[in-house]
Design a protein around this ligand. Sequence first.
Ligand code: UA1
Length: 308
Amino acid sequence: TTDIRPNDNMSLPDSVIETNRPIRIENFSNHYRVMSADSDFRFSEEFEELKHVGREQPCTAADLPCNRPKNRFTNILPYDHSRFKLQPVDDEEGSDYINANYVPGHNSPREFIVTQGPLHSTRDDFWRMCWESNSRAIIMLTRCVEKGREKCDHYWPYDTMPVYYGDISVQILNETRYPDWNISEFMVCRGDTQRVIRHFHFTTWPDFGVPNPPHTLVRFVRAFREKVAPDQRPIVVHCSAGVGRSGTFICLDRIIQQISVSDYVDIFGIVYAMRKERVWMVQTEQQYICIHQCLLTVLEGKELTGAP
Ligand SMILES: CNC(=O)[C@H](Cc1ccc(NS(=O)(=O)O)cc1)NC(=O)[C@H](Cc1ccc(O)cc1)NC(=O)OC(C)(C)C
């Protein structure tokens, strides 16, 4: 039987097809049409094939009794092999633990540190992670409270007075508000050293859902890329669990860069690679399809149409 897979990687061995499904960009519109036919039948099939990716990997640190309270959700635990390790404090068990993993980006294998929305009890650890990783950018993709539920601690000051989180001081320098996101600069100090860390906060992305319209997310990715320095410092990304919206954002960031240097785009392969590092990255089928829709708007030059 001929391969009914609607793209042109017929020549690739099965082992590669299992982890990569590159689509020629000139064929992407047709690929989307085929995948979305019959109520997204082939999108559903393809997303299902990602279900078990990475799930065999251990999460022993997350499961330690001293670390369990540091996890926002019982089913969202960081894999040991890719977890971010804080500088341990003396012999304090679990002091190196935070619910966070390194995830590859377009520019480096550890471009992103993906984490859960800090808990009130872990926000000092969160700032330690930002400091010790030498990060200069935080991407926040959730509101602190959604539908009456706390999704993330308000881990930064409410006004321009500096606030200490452990031994790290944070002060808001400025904030610019847009319809769907805010961009702020924080002065972050530890001892005699000070740094400016930019905070990119997307404020209209419903949990388990997608931005409306999808191209709002494309504009946010571009607004972020315009301002973030092209250095090798890791970028901290979080939502509430740090899997669904965070994975969707990173995948879109990667494909927007991928199409500028390649004739192919591999959304399946990117999500596969992310899920080897952190569980459930791109959590819902709707988010997986949204990534494809965002790319369509970019390829068709429609990302700037519609409401300002
Ligand atoms: C479907 N919902 C979930 O899986 C959330 C974790 C989660 C994942 C992704 C997102 N979206 S986001 O990554 O975009 O922020 C939010 C929350 N988990 C919980 O609510 C879990 C229950 C659960 C749900 C589904 C499952 O398969 C296993 C266990 N509850 C839970 O951890 O309860 C506490 C908070 C009281 C400890």
